[in-house]
Design a protein around this ligand. Structure first.
Ligand code: ZN
Length: 118
């Protein structure tokens, strides 16, 4: 299990929909850090070393009114959406200057090619 993995939610702390948040929680003793869904004011122990944890940042809030019966797990859906939003811009920045130039040249060629035919 790596630091980015979501630990299984402890069964003894059911999360009410109206107070759930997606937070980044890290251990104050070891390297544990994970994005977890937890109730407002929750203070769970580190699943790795059982040391005290702290909230590093709040990623989002679970909105219960957007969840209709029969829809997929709101926790999974929210986390998936957060991951998707993060992945898009990150990939765009990975385009190198050379790649951007090649794309621009391709576009320019296509433009000039069309003009010559006319
Ligand atoms: Zn720990």
């Amino acid at each position: 299990m790596g630091p980015g993995d979501l630990p299984p939610r402890p069964p003894e702390s059911p999360l009410p929909f109206d107070t759930s948040q997606v937070v980044v929680r890290g251990c104050t003793l070891c390297d544990y850090e994970a994005r977890v869904v937890e109730a407002l004011g929750a203070d769970p122990l580190c699943p790795w070393c059982y040391g005290p944890t702290e909230r590093r940042s709040v990623v989002g809030i679970i909105m219960p009114e957007h969840v209709a019966p029969g829809q997929k797990n709101p926790y999974a859906a929210s986390l998936g959406r957060l991951g998707g939003l993060k992945g898009g811009p990150a990939r765009a920045h990975k385009l190198s200057a050379k790649q951007r130039r090649e794309i621009a040249i391709k576009a320019a060629r296509a433009r000039w090619g069309n003009k010559k035919k006319r």
